[in-house]
Design a protein around this ligand. Structure first.
Ligand SMILES: CC(C)(COP(=O)(O)OP(=O)(O)OC[C@H]1O[C@@H](n2cnc3c(N)ncnc32)[C@H](O)[C@@H]1OP(=O)(O)O)[C@@H](O)C(=O)NCCC(=O)NCCS
Length: 265
């Protein structure tokens, strides 16, 4: 089994990332109602490609995003919840190079949108930081970018706040909503991303499996690389969050992690 297999096997296993305050989870039918509340607003969509959603657009978007649950396979879309309420959405997708092979290192792009009702409390910062931690746990993921309309100051501030570097300002390179717009490009490399981000920056942890790899005996090289990375993260967390729920979900991946933890130094 290679990492491609791992990625495919997660397709039916919803991924959940927990931070101190938030839950990031894959999409479910019915999410369109909560998302429409802010994706239907013109101020939220001002600098997005799309117009504000109506009910039909919300249904269609959620339907599409339900299947985006595996970055290894191409894309991961997550709903962000605070205290049981949907406050935003984040996503990551692979930016394809035509000549890539299974061994090629990859670039991913991030997207985000949050409800203004919950703005100014650091929720987007916390969620996107956790997403970046997660993305950089993906094997062969080398670089992450984020792009936005240059007038989108709050989005640019967010990219900067989480530690991405502003790499470019393209002048009138995109024709969006009947006008030429400037685009800012932010990026960060795996080698630049603080390895302690899991605990040091937002105290987030991976609650259930991104590594739904069956039994430990079937763990192959690619999976082990991911597990090694995750074990390091879990170790840091277990120091800081004494109650890290390693065995709480009873999920197979957690059991695999528990096995690895108990046999590694
Ligand atoms: C981009 C967007 C997510 C930013 O939202 P935001 O509320 O500014 O971001 P956060 O939730 O991280 O909050 C950060 C703000 O809260 C403050 N804050 C309060 N508590 C905080 C905490 N614990 N951690 C970090 N920031 C905190 C920060 O100082 C910051 O305020 P400032 O920008 O005035 O300095 C939001 O404007 C949005 O969804 N826009 C519409 C969609 C969009 O354009 N998406 C981007 C497409 S490229």
């Amino acid at each position: 089994m290679d990492m491609g297999d791992v990625g495919r096997s997660t397709a039916t296993a919803p991924e959940v990332i927990r931070t101190d305050r938030l839950v990031l989870r894959t999409y479910r039918p019915g999410d369109h109602r909560d998302l429409l509340v802010f994706h239907g607003r013109s101020d939220v969509c001002r600098y997005l490609f799309n117009e504000p959603w109506d009910l039909a657009a919300a249904r269609e978007a959620v339907q599409t995003r339900i299947s985006r649950r595996d970055l290894v396979a191409g894309a991961l879309a997550l709903v962000v919840e605070y205290d049981g309420q949907v406050v935003g959405s984040v996503s990551a997708w692979l930016v394809d190079e035509p000549e890539r092979t299974a061994e090629t290192e990859r670039t991913a792009e991030l997207g985000w949108a949050f409800s203004p009702e919950f703005g100014g409390r650091g929720f987007a910062t916390e969620a996107v930081t956790a997403l970046l931690d997660y993305v950089f746990a993906t094997p062969r993921l080398h670089r992450v970018i984020a792009q936005m309309d240059a007038r989108n100051e709050s989005s640019a501030r967010l990219a900067q706040r989480i530690g991405m570097r502003r790499e470019g300002h393209f002048r009138q390179n995109a024709w969006i909503k009947n006008e030429w717009t400037d685009t800012l490009v932010f990026a960060t490399l795996r080698s630049e991303w603080p390895s302690g981000a899991w605990s040091d920056r937002v105290g987030c942890y991976l609650a259930t499996s991104s590594v739904n790899c069956g039994t430990s005996s079937s763990v192959a090289h690619g999976t082990l690389r991911t597990l090694t990375y995750m074990v390091a993260a879990v170790r840091r967390l277990s120091v800081i969050h004494k109650s890290f729920p390693l065995a709480m979900t009873g999920h197979r991946a957690n059991r695999v992690l528990a096995n690895v933890l108990s046999t590694s130094d």
